[in-house]
Design a protein. Structure first.
Length: 451
């Protein structure tokens, strides 16, 4: 009986905790293990001291999950803690976003670039100490950006040596990866990659001034967003210069997935083991239909009144007509990349026009991967196990297996048959503590855009 006693959950977490037993059994569950294997019905899972186990001792709490599916916690690999506030300014959502990620079943995130790095670090400390609800956080340092950026909140690098010092400083502060951005030079990116790799850290990038092939040759570990931000196919591209993004996108929208330049690019990325981060939700929200789909009643309830008014009044894009073609191209690129053996990971990127929020956007990502042609089980693996592999954490998270962390999502439905059922989250277990999804969502009503 002793093992079923309550854990010492901090008072700040208690309103959100449904299960806090040291040992418990999940019975009669449908299990999607995250490997891509078919679901298994009427399964029993044992959890002891926050880990999945082969068995549980007598007296363990027993939980009937008939009609429910248990799947691994999602691993969001482009899941910022900030949100666009208008005018190219981004605000830290220190209170709301950690709760939204966890409520949606995203138990691990990589921040993929930081606007307020010290805030991110302190949020991580509070969550790790059990003082605040939220996912396990892998902190990315502040953006590696060059001169002439649109983003005033980013430090502008002043050459390769500055890039080395920047990476060294933020690695010392606790950054576990770095993200390069639009306007840095190849020399700056190369110096950053070399310095990060010496520390055993990885570098990803949302590029513009540098093409994907150039970045791969410099040793980049991951490329964000996929083909839609690769400017190397733009005829007017100049070395180390970011072309007009709209002009580059309009040019890209004219090509097809059969363009002869795409297969060699994919081959180069796969050969050099460069991952791609899928962020389909943020692109889909630039289409007329996708924008409407993103702004669900739940999303509109989560944002502040001012943010809601801005979202509903703003035109979603200066040229929304090009986005359906771009979405089809990106989806085809991601399918071809995986078919060629590439590692595709995923995250929601809650930026863009503001229609994509933490957690809600991760659900939409998985659904859009299915729209792209992946099976539901493949899409879930991309957003769980593949992210764990990139982080080097596949022995702890990403799949349901004995002795791994009990990072589990309980949904009322069967996502293997209907991927939209991933939105029916009831309980989220993170390291064996079961959180009430609805209570977490309710706690952030009307605050996104303020905190």
């Amino acid at each position: 009986m002793l093992l079923a006693l309550l854990l010492a959950v901090d008072a700040a977490l208690q309103p959100f905790v449904k299960v806090d037993a040291k040992a418990f059994v999940l019975e009669h569950a449908r299990v999607i293990d995250g490997t891509g294997a078919p679901p298994r019905d009427n399964q029993t899972l044992f959890v002891v001291d926050g880990k999945l186990a082969a068995e549980a001792p007598a007296g363990a709490l027993r939980i009937d999950l008939s009609g429910r599916t248990v799947m691994p916690g999602l691993v969001g690999m482009h899941d910022h803690l900030f949100y666009p506030m208008g005018g190219a300014i981004f605000g830290e959502m220190a209170y709301s976003f950690p709760r939204l990620y966890l409520a949606a079943g995203v138990t691990t995130i990589r921040t993929a670039g930081s606007i307020e790095p010290y805030t991110d670090l302190e949020i991580k400390k509070a969550i790790d100490a059990g003082k605040a609800p939220g996912p396990r956080i892998w902190i990315s340092g502040p953006y590696l950006e060059g001169q002439g950026s649109f983003a005033v909140q980013m430090h502008a690098l002043r050459g390769a040596e500055d890039a080395r010092k920047f990476v060294t400083f933020w690695a010392d502060q606790g950054a576990t990866s770095f993200k390069a951005y639009n306007t840095l030079t190849r020399a700056e990116l190369g110096a950053a990659i070399e310095t990060a790799h010496k520390r055993g850290l990885k570098v990803t990038a949302h590029l513009c001034s540098i093409g994907f092939t150039e970045a791969a040759q410099l040793g980049i570990d991951d490329l964000e967003h996929g083909l839609l931000v690769d400017t190397e196919l733009f005829a007017a591209k100049k070395p180390d210069e970011c072309p007009n993004p709209r002009a580059a996108l309009e040019d890209l929208a004219k090509i097809t997935p059969a363009d002869p330049r795409i297969a060699p690019l994919i081959g180069e990325l796969v050969r050099r083991k460069v991952a791609i981060t899928s962020t389909l939700a943020v692109f889909d929200a630039f289409t007329e239909e996708g924008f409407r789909r993103a702004l669900t009643p739940a999303v509109l309830d989560a944002v502040s009144a001012d943010t809601r008014a801005r979202l509903l009044q703003a035109h979603i894009s200066r040229n929304p007509s090009m986005w359906p073609a771009l979405m089809k191209l990106e989806m085809a690129f991601e399918r071809a990349f995986v078919q060629a053996g590439g590692l595709l990971i995923a995250g929601c990127d809650p930026t863009g026009n503001g229609a994509v929020l933490a957690g809600y956007g991760d659900w939409r990502d998985v659904e859009l991967l299915v729209d792209a042609g992946f099976t539901p089980l493949e899409a879930l693996r991309i957003h769980s196990l593949n992210g764990a592999v990139w982080l080097g954490q596949q022995d702890r998270i990403g799949t349901i297996a004995d002795w791994k962390d009990a990072d589990l999502v309980v949904v009322n439905g069967d996502p293997a048959k209907n991927i939209a059922d991933i939105e029916k989250v009831e309980t989220v277990f993170k390291q064996g503590i079961g959180y009430d999804s609805r209570a977490l969502f309710e706690s952030v009503r009307g605050v996104v855009g303020m905190r």
